[in-house]
Design a protein around this ligand. Structure first.
Ligand code: FAD
Length: 433
């Protein structure tokens, strides 16, 4: 019977190496070049970063989510989850290990749906970590609802002309190309009438109107672009997959993206728990250490249990993806993990912040950034509420309504049936009295 919670010794040794490498070599990058992960390397940074990437490659840990045909190890999602929970501690780590969002998801769909020419032009440099990409789907007026998308592409001879607005296209300002989801056939409806295009960012008409920052970032220096596609002309070869396939492609992409965020969130939340425990043991007030106060013990116990539940759920879901090799089949659990993730990170980081007192809410600790990260995670790749409705719908598929006025577990009826089933023995018992 195969049911095992242990990592094999060989891979565990690699994880131990990654753990120390991220702590000693990569986490310092977050302090010297914060927020610069998605900026193409200049000559100076290249001298620091390329040798780190080389070390990752020499250990066979580069882009491990990919199959060998794409330069990865074909380790699959479970092993990636174990690695990603280490990488989640650092903003730079996914870049150094070649598995950063949104490029992983974008690479996945080009690998799946791209033509040989598209793969050569976009996929290979993306996999080599030499350029960045942006996924341009959300629209200002439509948010998470693809049925309200308005950005259109209209055929003009051998070309397509794209017009419309997209919002929160992450990393567009540093990306070499955009994957844009647009309406190509309004009559066919959102599920068959939209297509994806690969659009170089320097194509005339791609107008980044502003770069929206997240909380705490300076105005117009953010990474989430409002883009006006203003008569953007692209050749027919820019179409990714078939015409009308955008919805199917988006589902392929988002399934992987969501679970990868969850894997990294384990690492982030673990960091908050580590900080909470260290502070609880270090700080003494009102006659005892914080770790001796029952409220703080409650924080620690709740956080530990929440993190363990979440971690096991993520690992199980990753295992399911490897087993079935079909995101659709694992949709319920991916959505459940995605919906759980912001709460887990929020709760643990919030408690850690409280335990740190004033220092916790200051900009000298990373805790408020984690709380904000949790809020963003509740929206990235779709709002929590939408995922919860997906989970509920999928769960309900396994049930049917009661065919009676009373629920199937209504005790009087069940008792009557039980008594009928064992009537013979009950009668004997009465007879023996
Ligand atoms: C950090 C970050 C990075 C992002 N990166 C990208 C990117 O690279 N590319 C891209 O295209 N988009 C990106 N997005 C956008 C993201 O996909 C959207 O924010 C998300 O889909 C929600 O759209 P909205 O923000 O317009 O909210 P709305 O759609 O307006 O929703 C607002 C709220 O309404 C409720 N709600 C909405 N729909 C439903 C529903 N069906 N059922 C119940 N409640 C509902 C929820 O509470 C939701 O939070 C990013 C967002 C963030 C925060």
């Amino acid at each position: 019977m195969a049911w095992d919670f242990e990592t094999d010794a060989e891979y565990q040794a690699l994880l131990d190496w990654a753990d120390a490498f991220v702590r000693d070599e990569v986490e310092p990058l977050d302090l010297v070049w914060p927020g610069q992960e998605f900026v193409p390397l200049n000559d100076i940074r290249r001298k620091a970063i390329d040798p780190l990437k080389d070390q990752v490659r020499s250990k066979g840990m580069w882009a491990t989510h990919l199959g060998p045909e794409l330069g990865g190890q074909g380790h699959g999602q479970l092993k990636l989850a174990l690695l990603n929970e280490i990488l989640g501690r650092s903003m730079w780590a996914p870049i150094v290990f070649g598995c950063q969002a949104p490029d992983t998801g974008n690479a996945e769909i080009i690998a799946h749906y791209g033509t040989p020419e598209q793969k050569e032009r976009y996929l290979q440099p993306l996999l080599d970590g030499e350029l960045f990409s942006s996924y341009s789907m959300t629209e200002p007026q439509a948010g998470a609802d693809p049925t309200r998308f308005e950005t259109r592409a209209v055929r003009d001879g051998d070309d397509w002309i794209i017009n419309g607005w997209k919002f929160f296209s992450s990393n567009a300002k540093t990306a070499s190309f955009l994957i844009v989801m647009v309406v190509t056939n309004p009559e066919a409806g959102p599920y068959q009438g939209m297509s994806m295009f690969l659009v170089p960012t320097d194509t005339p008409g791609v107008d980044i109107v502003r770069n929206v920052g997240l909380y705490g970032e300076p105005d117009n220096e953010g990474f989430h672009a409002l883009i006006h596609y203003d008569n953007v002309r692209v050749p027919a070869e820019a179409l990714l997959g078939g015409e009308g396939q955008a919805f199917v492609i988006a589902q392929t992409r988002l399934g992987g993206g969501r679970i990868h965020h969850a894997m990294r969130t384990i690492g982030f939340a673990k960091q908050a728990l580590d900080m909470m425990c260290e502070r609880a043991l270090s700080r003494e007030t009102a006659g005892s250490r914080l770790s001796d106060k029952q409220f703080v013990q409650g924080f620690i116990a709740d956080s530990y249990a929440q993190l363990q539940q979440f971690r096991l759920f993520v690992l199980y879901t990753a295992w399911e993806i490897d087993k079935y090799n079909d995101y659709k089949k694992v949709r319920k659990d991916i959505a459940a993990v995605k919906a759980t993730m912001p709460t887990v990170l929020h709760d643990i980081a919030w408690r850690a912040m409280q335990v740190h007192g004033a220092l916790g809410v200051s900009n000298e600790m990373p805790l408020f950034k984690m709380i904000h990260g949790a809020a963003a995670m509740g929206l990235v790749d779709g709002p929590t509420e939408v995922h919860k409705t997906t989970v509920a719908r999928q769960v309900l598929r396994d049930y049917s309504p009661s065919d009676d006025l009373w629920p199937s577990q209504w005790l009087p009826k069940k008792r009557e049936a039980a008594r009928a089933k064992y009537a013979e023995f009950l009668e004997l018992e009465v007879g023996n009295l």
